[in-house]
Design a binder for this molecule. Structure first.
Ligand SMILES: [Zn+2]
Length: 313
């Protein structure tokens, strides 16, 4: 199950306590996923289409409790390519549908669609949160935190998109709006922002999952950085040792190692014998022992000599 669907299932199981919030969430879901049909003589009918069974049940339950309308949930298999079922909450033609749409601020008494969210639907903070939960349930998706951090809500209307992003940004988050073909996309980037939004709309389990994966991911990055760093250091050490061996060999070919001072001679012979030992360990093998920086100093002298010979040639 995708992270999006998991998150939506969690959100769909939350029932708002207050009637104000119930209206806000239902209004959001119907504005996002609803279709209104006019049949002459019979009035309006309403269909709300969703791929989430719990979301369909929620719409159905809210419609029933708030407006006592008879309806049904129809399960459809979209087509053979899409494996997800589609759930349609169907409220057949009846006079009450017009009243519902009016009360939720979606359509006025003259059958005009209101582009803006009805003000009293999102008056208080509790309703603003539940409205956002509704739009996320209706048209939202969120990437699995193991991938890139991205959450979006797709709506058909620019004004609605703008209102959604303003609502989100009023909670100190940073949502942006872009057009995508004939749609408007409100999106949020960044792990902290997304976790903040999930928590705002009540998806606490999803938020925890999100943060856990993030902690794990950060840790893994840190470990990778450490490993890369150690590998880099190791490569550097090996490169340095190879260079030293080369220099010592060239000195040995030109003037011979026995022409070196006893200190340099000792370190040169040890290096040839132990090409993959660290400078510190080479120092410990010396008689008397030499510090790492002492060994380093001697190695530099040897390298310098080898270079000078090379130049003279
Ligand atoms: Zn409320």
């Amino acid at each position: 199950m995708s992270f999006s669907i998991k998150t939506k299932n969690e959100l769909a199981r939350i029932t708002p306590e207050n009637v104000c919030c119930q209206l806000a969430e239902l209004g959001a879901m119907i504005r996002m996923d609803g279709t209104i049909k006019i049949s002459p003589g019979k009035g309006l009918s309403l269909q709300v289409v969703t791929e989430s069974a719990p979301a369909a049940r929620k719409v159905f339950k809210l419609l029933k409790e708030l407006f006592q309308v008879p309806g049904e949930i129809i399960v459809q298999r979209k087509n053979r390519l899409k494996k997800n079922n589609v759930y349609v909450v169907n409220i057949p033609s009846q006079p009450e549908v017009k009243n519902i749409l009016d009360k939720l601020g979606i359509m006025d008494a003259n059958y005009n669609i209101n582009p803006e969210i009805r003000k009293d639907l999102i008056d208080s903070e509790c309703c603003q949160r539940t409205y956002l939960r509704g739009v996320f349930l209706g048209g939202g998706s969120v990437n699995n935190p193991e991938g890139t951090y991205h959450l979006e809500i797709i709506t058909a209307d620019q004004i609605h998109g703008l209102q959604i992003s303003n609502l989100i940004n009023n909670f100190d988050l940073n949502a942006k709006l872009v057009s995508r073909k004939k749609w408007w996309v409100v999106y949020i980037k960044g792990s902290e922002q997304i976790a903040g939004f999930l928590s705002l709309i009540g998806a606490h389990t999803a938020m925890l999952d999100f943060e856990n994966v993030k902690v794990y991911k950060d840790m893994r990055n840190k470990v990778n950085r450490l490993v890369n760093c150690e590998t880099a250091n190791l490569t550097k050490t090996v490169d340095a040792a190879l260079r030293q061996v080369e220099c010592i060999n060239s000195i040995s070919r030109t003037i011979g190692l026995d022409k070196l001072s006893p200190g340099l001679q000792q370190i040169a012979k040890l290096r040839l014998e132990y090409p993959d030992t660290s400078l510190k360990e080479l120092g410990e093998m010396c008689e008397p022992p030499v510090s790492k920086s002492g060994v380093n100093h001697r190695m530099r002298k040897i390298e310098k000599m080898a270079e000078d010979f090379k130049k003279r040639k």
